[in-house]
Every structure is written in C-alpha cells, then in structure tokens.
Design a protein around this ligand. Structure first.
Ligand SMILES: C[S@@+](CC[C@H](N)C(=O)[O-])C[C@H]1O[C@@H](n2cnc3c(N)ncnc32)[C@H](O)[C@@H]1O
Length: 196
C-alpha cells in the first residue's frame, strides 16, 4: 500500500466500533482528507451497506486511487478532489461527513471551512464525525499531545491541536450541535455532531 500509516492502522478498529453505534446501515459517507485510504477501505469492508466517498487534495488523489484500485470494494466511490482552500458543497446529500486527523493539520480557518462544508453537505438527519486530539480550556490532555502540537507547529505554524470549545462554537454557528464525545485510544477523541 502506498502512503501506509501505522496510526491509521491502529485506530481504524476503535473508530469502526464507534461508527457501528451511529452509522445508518445504508449511510452515504463523505470523508475529507482520506490520506492513503486506510479508513475508507476498512469501513467500507466492515459496513458493506454503506457508500463511502473518499476525498483528498489533488496531489494525494493518485495514491488514494492506487490503493483503492488494489484493495477497494464496490461500495467505495472514486475519490473526489476536495481541497478545503477551494471547495463548496451546494446541497444536503450525505448522511455522514467524516474527517480523521485533519482539523489539526489544516489551519484554523480551513478547519472552520471543513465544518461549514459538512453543515452544507449533510442531510437534515446527518452527522459530522471528527476524529483527532483536542485541547480542553486551552490545556492539552497529555504531555504527548503537547509535544505533538509543538511538532506540528515546527512543520507548519498554522497547524496545531485545536481547542474543543472553539470547534464546538464553530459547529454551533453552522447549526451543528455536539451529541457525543468519545475518548479514543492514543489520547484522541471522536466528536459527533448533529443538526441542532
Ligand atoms: C494526518 S493526515 C490524515 C489522513 C487520514 N484521514 C488518517 O487519519 O490517517 C491529514 C490529511 O489532510 C489532508 N489535507 C491537508 N490539507 C488539506 C486541504 N486543504 N484540503 C483537504 N485535505 C487536506 C492531507 O492531504 C492529509 O491526507
């Protein structure tokens, strides 16, 4: 597999366990920032009734396409070129928008665009699922998350572990309300939002 991530391999099963509680059996899922496609592959195999639409920035799509061609199933659609810097969604057409480990990679303003895009894309009964690390009241949950934040900022000053309260506030502005907050392995959270 091209672009293989050990972290994605480690977290795919715990994420699937959470999704199992919330995904409608025939859900349409739009994934933002699919990376090499490990979550797309795992979830589409685990939940054969769903339809998974992976997406990535232009530069990463060839890797995603190559992996999906080798390991994909019928319920994964061809990846969409979706760059948060220049993308909008005009209708409420998907059941779930899912993004893992994207909010802390992109800038805070692009993170807000991700949430807005989700609000635009989701059906009235839809859910936004955000997986990754968060700060609470400005405090990191662990020393390792603080070190991770510094490592991110050394690479790109616009990136960084986001504040839970700020993400909730952004979601509220778009009409989405937090309904679940699961503690996940390796000091991550799975935040689930629905229309308020
Ligand atoms: C840490 S990786 C996460 C990949 C995968 N979701 C996972 O959890 O293993 C972050 C992803 O965000 C994508 N990304 C970065 N900037 C983006 C943008 N402006 N629009 C869409 N995706 C972006 C990157 O290409 C990368 O694949």
């Amino acid at each position: 597999m091209q672009g293989y991530s050990q972290a994605a391999e480690n977290n795919k099963a715990p994420i699937a366990d959470v999704m199992d509680k919330h995904l409608p059996p025939d859900a349409s899922v739009l994934e933002i920032g699919s990376g090499a496609g490990q979550h797309a592959l795992h979830m589409s195999h685990t939940f054969p009734g769903i339809t998974w639409l992976p997406s990535e920035q232009q530069a990463v799509v060839p890797i995603l396409e190559a992996n999906l061609a080798l390991y994909g199933s019928n319920n994964i659609q061809s990846p969409l070129v979706l760059d948060l810097t220049d993308f909008s969604w005009s209708r409420d057409s998907v059941d779930v928008v899912y993004a893992a480990n994207v909010m802390h990679i992109v800038s805070e303003s692009l993170g807000k665009r991700l949430v807005q895009l989700a609000a635009d894309a989701l059906k009235s009964s839809g859910q936004l699922m955000l997986y990754g690390p968060y700060k609470y009241n400005g405090q990191f949950t662990t020393e390792s998350n603080a070190l991770f934040d510094q490592w991110l900022k050394d690479r790109d000053p616009a990136s960084g572990v986001r504040g839970f309260e700020a993400v909730i506030a952004t979601a509220q502005c778009t009409g989405l309300a937090l309904t679940q907050n699961y503690a996940m392995p390796a000091n991550n959270q799975m935040l689930i939002f629905k229309r308020a």
